[in-house]
Design a protein around this ligand. Structure first.
Ligand code: PLP
Length: 409
């Protein structure tokens, strides 16, 4: 079955303009359903939570329903395992601080050189308290974080491994289930950055057995906030970072200083409603469990995204001077449709500028994954050109980009 792109695009007001968005790994377009929920919150429940008056209880229910929906999107066991924060960067920083409080000098944390800085700098800061930081380096031939390399690094002192489910440059999907199983066998925790994964595949924290899993909602068609999943046992064990009088078992509040943003948290319902609407529009029965419907919608997205990736990769393969920085296959089991490349003899920002002149948004640089461009010596060239597509992009839009690129190189 093919994705009905007219139906899909009608859900995003910004897509009615004649502008092509291929910088989706930077941030996706936002659903009208999400915008409507934000407005509805302000119009009818614009109060503090915690009161007994009806509008306050309604506000509480709305905020809780948003958290419950996002917990379901993660396939968390309990809604209180979903911590809402202002961004993935802020959430990882916060958790690095609370996890750091449980560690001792000499303990080890492993980070990677393929991650976004958001999942690197907070851990590096723990070196100030004597934590040893080791780096899992990606294979420069395969562009993958290889489990064999992690095995060489881990020791009895390793307490946590922080790595990305998908790199925001390579687009390759790491086998998180296998990696996490290994990390657990060594007695450490797996802290997974799912930011580049969640817009393309439905996360399943129970299946991959992540201890922590984080992603940015504004890249998954929603408002500008982030979510962090933490396994209940860890959230109960870790010290909180809210007011000192917040009880230890008050999850997720003990990790949400100041509380979550009410209207944006409520708006998370819009994403889940959208996924269900997509599933039902394509024939799924509304009585099916919500996660089944979500998965059905994502399967439709993935098939379309794979076809888009194949089309772009086919074009790039005709160009001798192009080098793909990542897997050359479009196979949806191997990669997502975030495609990075460099062109011999042309600095990446030059390509970006010419594309931008045609009302097409792509981006170049290191995308805060500067370990990648450094290891591949691509900084001299201004980093990589990244075309990051989303399920709402069309073949016509891709043809527009290809025509412009074809003129450039
Ligand atoms: C892979 C990855 N991790 C983390 C982040 C940081 O996300 P946020 O902007 O929500 O802090 C990004 C942002 O682009 C990213 O691509």
């Amino acid at each position: 079955m093919k994705l009905d792109l007219d139906f899909i695009r009608n859900e995003y007001p910004s897509l009615r303009e004649d502008y092509v968005f291929f910088d989706n790994a930077g941030g996706s377009q936002t659903l009208k359903r999400v915008m409507d929920k934000i407005t509805a919150y302000y119009m009818t429940s614009d109060v503090q939570l915690g009161g007994t008056y009806s509008i306050s209880t309604q506000a509480r229910e709305r905020v809780n329903s948003g958290t419950a929906q996002i917990a379901q999107t993660l396939n968390a066991k309990f809604p209180h395992e979903a911590v809402i924060g202002s961004s993935s960067t802020a959430l990882i920083r916060l958790f690095s601080i609370v996890i750091g409080k449980t560690l001792q000098a000499g303990d080890e944390i492993i980070i990677t050189n393929a991650d976004h800085q958001a999942n690197i700098s907070p851990w590096q800061s723990l070196a100030e308290q004597g934590i040893v930081i080791k780096t899992w380096e990606f294979n420069t031939e395969t562009f993958q974080l290889e489990l064999e390399d992690l095995k060489q690094l881990m020791s009895a002192k390793t307490k946590l491994v922080a790595y990305c489910h998908v790199s925001n440059i390579f687009g390759t999907i790491h086998p998180a289930k296998e990696i996490n199983a290994y990390i657990h066998r060594q007695g450490a925790l797996a802290f997974v950055d799912g930011v580049a994964y969640a817009p393309h595949r439905l996360p399943d924290v129970q299946d991959i057995d992540a201890d922590f899993y984080v992603y940015s909602i504004y890249k998954v068609f929603g408002p500008h906030i982030g979510v962090l999943y933490g396994k209940e046992e860890h959230l109960l064990r870790l010290p909180g970072i809210n007011h000192s009088i917040v009880p230890n078992d008050d999850l997720p509040y003990k990790f949400q200083p100041g509380g979550p943003n009410y209207e944006l948290t409520y708006a998370l319902n819009g994403i889940s409603e959208y996924l269900q609407a997509v599933a039902q529009h394509h024939g799924m029965n509304a009585n099916e469990p919500i996660r089944t419907q979500m998965q059905f919608a994502y399967d439709l997205f993935d098939a379309h995204e794979e076809a888009l990736a194949q089309h772009l990769l086919n074009f790039l393969a005709t160009k001798d001077k192009v080098r793909i920085i990542g897997e050359t296959t479009a196979d949806k089991d191997v990669r997502v449709c975030t495609i990075a490349f460099v062109v011999e003899g042309i600095n990446s920002p030059e390509i970006d500028a010419k594309v931008a002149a045609n009302n097409i948004g792509i981006k170049t640089g290191n995308f805060y994954a500067n370990g990648i461009t450094k290891a591949l010596d691509l900084d001299r060239q201004g980093g990589v050109v990244r075309v990051s597509m989303a399920h709402y992009n069309t073949f016509e839009e891709l043809e527009r980009l290809i025509a412009v690129l074809d003129d450039i190189f």
